[in-house]
Design a protein around this ligand. Structure first.
Ligand code: FAD
Length: 480
């Protein structure tokens, strides 16, 4: 269905489902743009910051039961964006003051660090993201999608549009372009919740850090400051039940805050020095759509989010990845792909670099060669069976400037234009990410190749890894 070599995809919504979907497609070489109406990413995995305190007021923690999501969470942990949270947990069954039980569970609970938005920000860091852009309309002109925003039309056309929004917001956008799908989405029931954030001057001496509450207006209370990487102040978060919140959504903030604080006092808490309130219109899903994602290949239109099947962070991430897989399965993936650091493809690229660049010099690929590669951009050219034919690494060195290094083409495929193909594709992608200038250290044996690609010599010959090199550079046209 997609006419171009790098299909152009718009993902609307930068919550965890949209970001999971967008990163998978971008890594596969699609030209992805993400549109988000808020100032920051992460949607309902959110942290409110005010003066000198902060509090997670949406998702409180996430589980990681499935191996693929566990691996993703490990990546977040390695990047410092998430950590295990081990709160002292209790359950209040009500109605009496002694109706508490401890909550023994082997479930691991993870949180973003230093706040719940951190994993989302990590995922968004490699994406072409437009924040504070609220998409208000979709239009399908033949095989091309056009988007309207609150501030006017989006100039770029797209081959596919993926909505990663709560069901009622997706339904509103689908109304004109896919009425049958809109009606299907209308069967989903999402429920609201009030969230009250509390700051105490004196820490409360409650015997728990988090509690499931099964009686009264509250359903969850937690000491936010017991999560790893938080500040020293005593911060608590209270969530109202959907049943209590729904009929009170239009109450004045003071009245909601008083009622929820009174309920907290009845559980042994007290009144706070400062509070903040947030109204979640779509906190959880009473009736899901019952499938991981929706992908209409004929229209080039997809849906993902927590309301499709599993209304949790883990479910939203899976929904986003499932949609990306459906999209990828329908069109052959472009041959140049971004390689994730420490992935199996990365291991493949290390082997290729060692074989092509180091072994002929009698050198191993050293730890020095790999230093800082977690922050560098790795690209590979793959054949349809998934074998790596060529690779290159791009190092962001300054605003708009990248250094290309470790370009390697498999020995048996050299001289067939694959290196030029990889280089051209990588230059386009770096330019799309704001690159204006590319640098590299060319071996003299490869100088003519780079000169044919438009690189110019910028230095005298110097020695690197025991052989002569020249510094070369190329100005690439920045996108308007
Ligand atoms: C109060 C509360 C408590 C929760 N507790 C937990 C918990 O403890 N554990 C757990 O696993 N999960 C919890 N969740 C659920 C979890 O937060 C969600 O399942 C998950 O974050 C949903 O991600 P998503 O990408 O599907 O949607 P969202 O996070 O809602 O992302 C949608 C994004 O789309 C944007 N958007 C909407 N309309 C437009 C538009 N027209 N144009 C552009 N952008 C738009 C929004 O701003 C938002 O960023 C909780 C949620 C809430 C609200």
């Amino acid at each position: 269905m997609f006419p171009t070599q790098s299909p152009r995809i718009a993902v609307i919504g930068a919550g965890i489902s949209g970001l999971a979907c967008a990163t998978a497609l971008a890594e596969a070489g699609f030209a992805v743009q993400v549109f988000e109406k808020s100032r920051g990413v992460s949607g309902r995995m959110s942290t409110r910051r005010s003066e000198n305190w902060q509090c997670d007021h949406g998702a409180q923690y996430f589980t990681a039961r499935d191996p693929a999501f566990r691996a993703e969470v490990q990546r977040w942990i390695a990047a410092g964006a998430a950590a295990l949270w081990e709160p002292r947990m209790r359950v209040y069954a009500g109605p009496g003051p002694t109706d508490w039980t401890s909550h023994a569970s082997s479930v691991e609970r993870f949180v973003g660090t230093p706040g719940m938005t951190a994993p989302g920000r990590l995922l968004a860091s490699g994406l072409q993201l437009h924040t504070e852009v609220c998409i208000t309309g979709l239009q399908c002109e033949g095989a091309v999608w056009r988007l309207q925003s609150a501030a006017g039309d989006i100039a770029d056309p797209f081959d596919g549009v993926l909505l990663a929004l709560p069901a009622p917001q997706a339904q509103a956008l689908l109304g004109d372009v896919a009425p049958a799908l809109a009606a299907q989405v209308g069967s989903v029931v999402m429920r609201p919740a009030w969230a009250l954030m509390l700051r105490f001057d004196t820490p409360l001496s409650l015997p728990f850090d988090a509690a499931f509450v099964n009686a009264g207006p509250l359903r969850w209370v937690a000491r936010d400051s017991s999560k790893p990487g938080r500040g020293a102040q005593d911060i608590w978060l209270l969530h109202g039940t959907p049943a209590w919140s729904a009929p009170r959504l239009e109450w004045p903030p003071e009245q909601v805050a008083d009622a929820l604080q009174d309920a907290f006092v009845a559980l042994g808490g007290s009144h706070a020095a400062q509070w903040q309130l947030h109204r979640w219109r779509y906190a959880d899903t009473e009736r899901t759509l019952g499938q991981p994602c929706v992908w209409d290949v004929a229209l080039g239109l997809g849906l993902c989010g927590d309301w499709l099947q599993d209304d949790k962070v883990e479910g939203a991430w899976h929904s986003g990845r499932a949609l990306a897989e459906r999209v990828l399965a329908r069109c052959p993936s472009p041959r140049v792909r971004r390689i994730a650091f420490n992935s199996l493809e990365y291991a493949q690229s290390l082997r290729l670099r060692e074989a092509v660049l180091r072994a002929p010099l009698g050198l191993p690929l050293s730890a020095q060669d790999q230093k800082g590669e977690d922050a560098q951009w790795h690209f590979g050219l793959f054949d349809p069976a998934g074998a790596l034919l060529a690779c290159v690494v791009a190092v962001p060195v300054a605003q708009g400037i990248f250094k290309l290094r470790q370009m390697a083409v498999r020995a048996d495929t050299q001289g067939k234009g694959l290196g030029a193909h990889l280089l051209t594709e990588v230059e386009t992608r770096l330019r799309d990410q704001g690159a204006t200038q590319l640098l590299l250290h060319a071996r003299l044996s490869a100088e003519a190749f780079y000169a044919r690609q438009g690189y110019q010599g910028e230095s005298e010959v110097f020695e690197e890894v025991g052989i002569p090199h020249r510094r070369m550079g190329k100005i690439v046209q920045a996108l308007k």
